[in-house]
Design a protein around this ligand. Structure first.
Ligand code: F6R
Length: 609
């Protein structure tokens, strides 16, 4: 979603701001802008479209000054126009603001400001902020921001500069994340650590309800109530190189290829000889034998991983598991108590609905175990225990390596719960671990078949399809949902995923001449059932693309095309089929000339509901 950068120091701010915005591009955006303070005035440049266009525009109108703010906007209130792009200004253009999140009471605030004679230039909710800050300004920007935010309801992260205080950068956080970077004679501000990493690894994650006042040499933190906050300096751990494409044409392809290494890392981190060891469980470890049920909450791809987690935990540990889309969970008045373990699954750890689900769970007395990729993220901070995905920064908007990491971590957790509750003896756990240690190699095997997958994906019957279906059963029903989501979000083809057994209950009406149906038909207990579903599709002239176990001649005979995966235990097969499905989506999108890493309308981190 929207991204914020800010800088104050001796150097010219503009190149630092533009570089920071480029490092936030992965979050998804549709317009961008910058503003700097110099010689008692503010200077700005905004543009709908990409950072490259903004950069080109600033070449003809360079912005002076060593203090500035920048923003990538993902449109919510008002379309992606120059007027709606941030920064937004007060009437005299003396205060500039960039804002992430939503101001919930902006209508009332706007009406009150209009009644006072304020003129608005945009349709955004954000624009009320600079006008409010101006109203409260008495000579110190920090005080004006704090006083004005008392009137504001909603979730926000914001950065503010003022023509009258050219070396001052103010930030505030209520919900949406904001990180301060401590440099040498300089300070930085950003909505995640990526823009900071070329300059510093010394960071402060602003707490919710906190403000910062930065100058080149000073960093002052306080609460919205005015209380001073001590500086909690941490060292950011993420490798800057991780934000490079490393020679791949897209982050998505790079991240697909990283999956074997991520799985290997997780097995190294969370197993010891023939045991599962989950050191970050905290107090949850003692509670695990007694919990009565598990509730998984997540969105999108992470929800699909959660569905596979249910199958794994129920199969191995025999604990009932419910899986909810977080946006439904938080509004459906769920039954929760202290015997329930709630597991939010999230790459970013910032997804607004998942975060609210966590808060709801905690308020109801449930324990919360985060399955999270981004260290220091909001969910990571609020959970009682953690299982880090250790996948490194995921930049491609379409989640790939975080998904397989989520499945692997949930599989290891399922084994651990099974062992602690006496549902599986040490020998059985050890046997599963032997199989799991073979998974990185199997995933690599599947990825090595990328050229064959590309050749299939580029066939007109797939690349030029207007509609498509994915079907699977058992552990691979969620794989079908995920394969469909991956394809639809980056190719814009209309695709749906179904439990294969549901086809006769409606969806088979969609099967007509030439519709592609991707059938996940790996060897396992439901293989024969899936094979029958394939026959039913063939009988109605659908095109069958099967994801099948290598050497399976029977499926090859009834399929138009086959993508092979290596033999694998049914419970772990979602890990082995994931990369072929990701590669298929990637190559179809490529054939269609889509923006694979930044698909339209999508954002990497969905910090508003
Ligand atoms: C799809 C995708 C999204 C995310 C979802 C949750 O490829 O990436 O569906 O999975 O927005 O995001 P996180 O995992 O950050 O909570």
């Amino acid at each position: 979603m929207c991204g914020i950068v800010g800088f104050t120091g001796e150097d010219t701010a503009l190149p630092i701001l533009l570089d920071g915005l480029r490092r936030l591009e992965y979050r998804g955006y549709d317009s961008a802008g910058v503003a700097t303070a110099a010689s008692g005035a503010l200077h700005t440049c905004k543009n709908p479209g990409k950072i490259a266009a903004l950069t080109a525009k600033t070449e003809t109108q360079p912005l002076p000054g060593g203090t500035g703010i920048g923003h990538t906007r993902w449109a919510t209130h008002g379309g992606p126009t120059e007027a709606n792009a941030h920064p937004h200004f007060d009437g005299d253009c003396g205060i500039a603001v960039v804002h992430n999140g939503i101001i919930e009471n902006y209508r009332e605030l706007r009406a009150a400001l209009l009644a006072e004679g304020v003129c608005f230039r945009s349709e955004t909710d954000s624009e009320v902020l600079p006008h409010l800050f101006r109203k409260h300004y008495r000579g110190r920007l920090l005080d004006a921001v704090r006083a004005a935010l008392d009137e504001v309801q909603g979730a926000y992260a914001l950065a503010v500069i003022c023509a009258d205080e050219p070396g001052v950068l103010v930030g505030a956080r209520q919900g949406s994340p904001l990180v301060v970077g401590i440099g040498d004679g300089a300070h930085y501000l950003a909505s995640d650590v990526q823009p900071l990493l070329p300059h510093t690894r010394q960071v402060i994650y602003l707490g919710t309800g906190e403000l910062c006042e930065l100058t080149p040499d000073t960093c002052h933190l306080e609460t919205l109530a005015g209380g001073v906050v001590p500086l909690r300096i941490e060292t950011a751990g993420q490798d800057e190189a991780a934000a490079d494409k490393a020679g791949y044409p897209h982050f998505m392809l790079k991240e697909i290829h990283q999956q074997p290494a991520v799985l290997e890392r997780l097995l190294g981190a969370y197993t010891q000889d023939d045991r599962v060891v989950l050191p970050e469980l905290g107090g949850i470890a003692e509670a695990l034998p007694a919990i009565r049920r598990i509730q998984i909450v997540a969105c999108g791809t992470a929800w699909h991983a959660g569905l596979i987690g249910k199958y794994l935990i129920e199969t191995f540990a025999r604990v009932p598991v419910e899986v909810d889309v977080a946006s439904e969970f938080r509004y459906r008045n769920p039954v929760l108590d202290s015997d329930t373990l709630v597991i939010p699954v999230s790459q970013s750890g910032e997804t607004a609905d998942t975060l609210e689900a966590v808060r709801l769970a905690k308020a109801a007395g449930a324990m919360v175990l985060g399955v999270i990729n981004v260290p220091g993220s909001s969910i990571a901070r609020e959970a009682d225990g953690l299982l880090y995905l250790q996948a490194g920064p995921e930049i491609g908007v379409a989640s790939t390596k975080a998904y397989t990491a989520q499945i692997m971590v949930l599989a290891l957790f399922a084994l651990q719960v099974a062992a602690l509750r006496g549902m599986m003896d040490a020998k059985a756990v050890a046997q599963h671990l032997v199989e799991m240690r073979g998974l990185p190699g199997k995933v690599q095997w599947a990825i090595d078949r990328a050229p064959a997958i590309e050749a299939i994906a580029r066939l007109p019957r797939y690349a030029q399809a207007r509609n498509a279906m994915f079907i699977g059963r058992g552990f691979n029903f969620p794989s079908a949902l995920e394969g469909a989501l991956k394809l639809k979000e980056i190719s814009y083809i209309h695709v749906e995923g179904y439990a294969a057994g549901e086809m006769k209950h409606g969806p088979i009406a969609l099967v007509t001449d030439g519709i592609p149906v991707v059938c996940i038909a790996t060897q396992g207990p439901v293989y024969d059932k899936l094979a029958s579903n394939i026959q039913e599709i063939r009988a109605r002239n659908g095109h069958v693309l099967s994801i099948a176990t290598e050497g399976d001649a029977e499926i090859a005979e009834v399929s138009d095309d086959v993508i092979h995966v290596p033999p694998c235990t049914d419970a772990f097969s979602p890990l082995v089929v994931a990369s072929p499905l990701q590669l298929f989506a990637y190559y179809v999108a490529l054939a269609l000339g889509r923006d694979v890493d930044q698909p339209r309308n999508l954002a990497k981190s969905v910090t508003v509901e």
